[in-house]
Design a protein around this ligand. Structure first.
Ligand code: GLN
Length: 479
């Protein structure tokens, strides 16, 4: 819809690079747009207007002075509030970290800056990235630019809404169980969850460390590709990062670059199109698959037999890791601190005041599944199920190169519709959590709209480190 207000990265960077336009003009336009839209949408928790304009003028001056333009020279980018930007608040939309100032740039921020990007503000999210609607933000929800009575998705709802509303050129989000792809789908923009280990999480406020990934939310597949290529790669500060997968069974992405469509095989998992899928979403995804087939892709059915266990497995492993990651916010080491003469009281009061209901629910669940008497029955079992889910994908990827599904079971829902029923809310993640459990990349691309004009997203899931193949197919979906 309004995303055309902001240009795509390549065109904008080229225009800024050859002096046809100025970064300061583009950045000013972004802030003007924010002034016009933010009262309604509330995508941002904070705008960095003066520093962004200053940086933009510096880019303009450098280019005038003959500096070589960079791939993101002067491009305004918004950042989810759980990614550290030096000197700025990073609250993860929680009272707990409301006044925490980051003392360094996350690796991804450093890489964006090196590529010339302008960081223009921090975006709203569900508290500590737990949620699917931004209703769990301690600072009020973000609204869907396509329909203000509806949620933008979550947890990176602010980033997706900002891109959709034309308030920035692109944004960063984080994805633990769908938090980039689900809001991208519901806001009609592109979202990439990279392969686990492809992008450094140094400077990301951790939610569930075996699942968390940072990735781009953009208007086009090409923009997502550009940002991914800038932020990916080994980082000595995150030992889970790798350059490419050393396993021999994994094919080299390079070989796909000039590959004909006829050689890319698309798998449609039968388990993803059953009960619970909204008919309009189903129709849009099936129509897109038909178009892909018509343009030469091979399309065949595949099976991911453990799909039914993905959500229960995720909702055991994720809270377990949440309970351990969030233990540091105790009123002493980090975050909000309530006074008392008694140490235990300090912990209890600080955590009670600092955390919202959903965060507390997950800490309780996680502590329970890790506790001595239940560890084997829940956590250890979920880890074994996780291996089965991963094995499903390994098997399917022997037959096909990309797996295609809806990104979400339904279009954006209304505020309050699911907030009283956590399980209903968790069901929004039914198609997205598997890729996190398996560690594989997945891309959501807009593929149509409902009769009411609500965006629908299609999800392309690939082999480990084969983001290139997803971009290739994603561009075809776009066209
Ligand atoms: N909606 C999912 C959850 O609530 C995913 C969150 C995420 O990816 N950060 O856990």
């Amino acid at each position: 819809m309004e995303k055309e207000i902001m240009p795509a990265i390549k065109a904008a960077a080229a225009a800024i690079g050859n002096g046809d336009t100025a970064s300061s003009k583009l950045v000013e336009r972004a802030f003007e747009r924010c002034r016009a839209k933010e009262d309604d949408i509330h995508a941002f928790l904070e705008l960095y207007e003066s520093s962004a304009l200053e940086e933009a003028r510096a880019v303009d001056a450098a280019i005038k002075g003959g500096d070589e333009p960079k791939p993101l020279s002067g491009i305004p980018i918004a950042v989810k509030d759980n990614i550290l930007v030096s000197g700025r608040i990073a609250s993860a939309a929680s009272r707990m970290l409301e006044s925490y100032h980051a003392s360094y740039d996350a690796t991804v921020i450093g890489r964006l800056r090196e590529a010339g990007a302008i960081i223009m503000g921090r975006t709203n999210m569900d508290e500590f990235a737990m949620g699917s609607s931004t209703e769990n933000s301690a600072f009020g929800p973000t609204k869907n630019p396509h329909d203000l009575s509806r949620i933008p998705g979550g947890s990176s709802g602010g980033s997706a809404a900002a891109v959709a509303a034309g308030e920035c050129v692109a944004a960063l989000g984080s994805d633990t169980g769908g938090s980039i792809r689900q809001p991208a789908a519901l806001c009609g923009v592109v979202g990439l969850k990279p392969t686990y280990g492809a992008v450094s999480r140094h400077g990301l406020i951790a939610m569930a460390s075996s699942l968390d990934v940072i990735g781009p939310i953009t208007k086009t597949v090409e923009d997502a590709e550009i940002i991914f290529n800038i932020i990916k790669g080994i980082d000595p500060f995150d030992s889970t990062t790798v350059e490419s997968n050393p396993k021999s069974e994994i094919r080299n992405p390079k070989q796909y670059q000039n590959l004909k469509f006829q050689n890319i095989r698309i798998g449609v998992p039968k388990e993803y199109f059953g009960a619970g899928l909204n008919p309009e979403v189903k129709q849009a995804v099936e129509a897109t698959l038909k178009n892909l087939q018509d343009s030469g892709f091979m399309v065949q059915e595949v099976s991911l037999p453990h799909t039914d266990y993905a959500l229960p497995c995720y909702y055991i492993i994720m809270p377990a890791e949440v309970s351990s990651n969030l233990a540091r916010f105790d009123g002493i080491r980090y975050g909000l601190s309530e006074k008392s003469d008694d140490l235990l009281e300090v912990y209890m009061k600080s955590r009670r005041k600092g955390f919202g209901d959903e965060v507390r629910r997950r800490i309780l669940l996680g502590t329970y599944v890790l506790s001595a008497g239940y560890y084997e029955a829940y956590y250890a079992k979920a880890q074994r199920v996780r291996s089965l889910i991963k094995r499903d994908f390994l098997r399917a990827f022997e037959e096909v190169d990309v797996i295609v599904s809806p990104t979400t079971p339904a279009p954006a829902f209304k505020f309050g519709e699911k907030s009283d029923d956590p399980v209903e809310m968790y069901l929004s993640d039914v198609y997205t959590v598997s890729a996190n459990l398996a560690g594989i990349p997945a891309l959501s691309v807009p593929c149509g709209k409902t009769g009411d004009g609500l965006p629908i997203g299609i999800q392309l899931i690939g082999r480990w480190f084969e983001e290139d193949v997803l971009f290739r197919v994603g561009k075809e979906v776009e066209h």
